[in-house]
Design a protein around this ligand. Structure first.
Ligand SMILES: Cc1cc2nc3c(=O)[nH]c(=O)nc-3n(C[C@H](O)[C@H](O)[C@H](O)COP(=O)(O)OP(=O)(O)OC[C@H]3O[C@@H](n4cnc5c(N)ncnc54)[C@H](O)[C@@H]3O)c2cc1C
Length: 433
């Protein structure tokens, strides 16, 4: 564990001067402190972050660049988060941010820049020229766990602390001005006293669940299918991603590197992965990607496999008191639009800006607008991800009419500039506000 520069304290005065100042501006008088239990190790940071996924790590990195210290509390080990296979496609804005903030060296060397994608239906491929339709913008294939590695390395280089393998993490005090993250580490109870808490702990985390009853409105849609995903030691069969709509269901050809293919198949939501032998997976992929011109799918040993649920979800508001939700903790999208990681990064850009403004000037204006600013983008991305999912998958209740309607939509999207441009603009990432 890297050491936090401000050291440890046991149960004493914890609030920072800048918060005192801001509080006296806001409220006219200082708050009373809750004293920790005897024996509890207490430390402090301006911002306490729950979760070392892309959202939490990027937030900590951006705050550090603005001179704001933060500590991240994560339940998993460093090895686990650095090897967790998830997203792989970065929008132009995410790539730009990594490069501008000094963590883009490996990305520039190893990332695979893509200028287009293919929509495949009725046995034919139709290219969407992402760059041609968006003034030269691109997307980059660079696995999420590589982004995580770059961010962890940047935090370590800056002596930023990440507490890995924390247990029994809870948050409290965020409805007043003395937020605390409490956890156990090596059997010892620790409290991180902070000015703000960022809940970046993913969809199953504790921060959203800590909101008082009645505060949150939840919106969700669960799709009647899942994705069976594999990583295979086989060069990608096509240099660009292929999204295939087939009578047997959706399939996606993506990649992790020039040697590793990432392939997905639409399957039943409660599918048992053990029902899928390697042969069955390859046969199904072959059938769904088949073209009239004899396109071949490269095959190789399957090195990882899993089933992903398809779910759209938004929690509103994304803030309560001094607790802010970011990334999957607040919203998730089906992976069809490749947006989850990018949306998480977009949230923490807004949050980092609000916090920087607060520490610079004492103004809470940006923080107060956090939910409103984030949700504008979140709902547009929800719409795009839902639209791509609806256009490309077979739904349980679909009949022949629905399938033909989908094909007509795909023909329109791939043959007319207006809908292809709309797809391209959303795919490379909407501009940041
Ligand atoms: C198969 C798949 C494919 C995907 N493909 C794409 C894609 O191509 N493009 C894209 O943009 N997105 C994609 N996504 C979505 C993307 O992976 C997520 O949106 C992204 O991980 C969100 O980042 P996050 O930091 O908000 O949450 P997470 O990555 O979930 O990080 C949350 C962190 O919090 C930790 N945590 C949880 N509970 C606690 C607790 N109580 N205390 C402390 N820590 C806790 C977790 O261990 C984790 O490290 C995909 C997802 C899946 C599953």
């Amino acid at each position: 564990m890297t050491r936090f520069s401000m050291g440890l304290q046991t149960g004493s005065e914890l609030l920072f001067d800048n918060v005192r100042k801001a509080m006296s501006i806001e409220q006219g008088e200082p708050e009373r402190l809750r004293l920790p239990d005897a024996g509890t190790v207490v430390r402090k940071a301006q911002v306490g972050i729950v979760g070392a996924g892309p959202a939490g790590l990027m937030l900590s990195h951006l705050l550090h660049r603005d001179g704001i210290d933060s500590v991240i509390v994560e339940v998993r080990s460093r090895k686990y988060i650095e090897e967790r296979n998830r997203a792989g496609m970065l929008e132009q804005g995410t790539v730009d941010l990594m490069i501008e903030t000094g963590i883009g060296e490996r990305l520039k060397r190893q990332g695979l820049v893509h200028h287009g994608i293919e929509l495949r239906f009725k046995g034919r491929g139709h290219r969407i020229d992402l760059s041609g339709l968006t003034d030269g913008k691109t997307v980059t294939i660079y696995p999420q766990h590589e982004v995580v590695k770059d961010l962890v390395a940047a935090r370590a280089a800056a002596s930023g602390e990440i507490v890995f393998e924390a247990e029994d993490v809870i948050v409290h005090g965020y409805d007043g001005s003395a937020p605390v993250i409490r956890f156990r580490k090596h059997g010892e109870v620790q409290e991180l006293a902070c000015d703000f808490i960022a809940g970046c702990d993913g969809f199953h985390g504790i921060c959203r669940q800590s909101f008082p009853a009645g505060v949150l409105t939840l919106y969700d849609r669960i799709y009647p299918f899942g994705w069976l995903g594999i990583l295979a030691k086989a060069p990608p069969s096509s240099p660009e991603l292929i999204y295939a709509n087939h009578e047997r269901g959706f399939a996606l050809q993506s990649m992790r590197s020039p040697e590793i293919s990432r392939l997905y198949l639409q399957c039943a939501p409660n599918e048992d992965i053990n029902n899928w032998s390697d042969d069955r997976i390859w046969n199904e992929l072959e059938a769904r990607f088949a073209t009239h011109d004899g396109w071949r799918l490269n095959q190789g040993p399957i090195i990882d496999r899993g089933i992903t649920e398809m779910h759209s979800f938004v929690a509103e508001p994304m803030q309560f008191g001094r607790l802010f939700l970011a990334g999957d903790a607040a919203h998730i999208v089906p992976p069809t639009g490749a947006k989850g990681l990018n949306l998480a990064i977009a949230d923490v850009r807004v949050l980092a800006r609000g916090l920087s403004e607060f520490y610079r000037s004492g103004s809470q204006e940006w923080l107060d607008r956090y939910t409103e600013v984030c949700l504008r983008r979140v709902w547009k991305v929800q719409h795009f991800s839902w639209w791509m999912t609806s256009m490309l998958h077979r739904f349980e209740a679909h009949n022949a009419f629905d399938f033909r309607r989908q094909l007509a939509e795909l023909e329109y999207v791939t043959s007319s500039r207006a809908p292809s441009q709309s797809l391209a603009e959303n795919y490379v990432g909407l501009p940041m506000e």
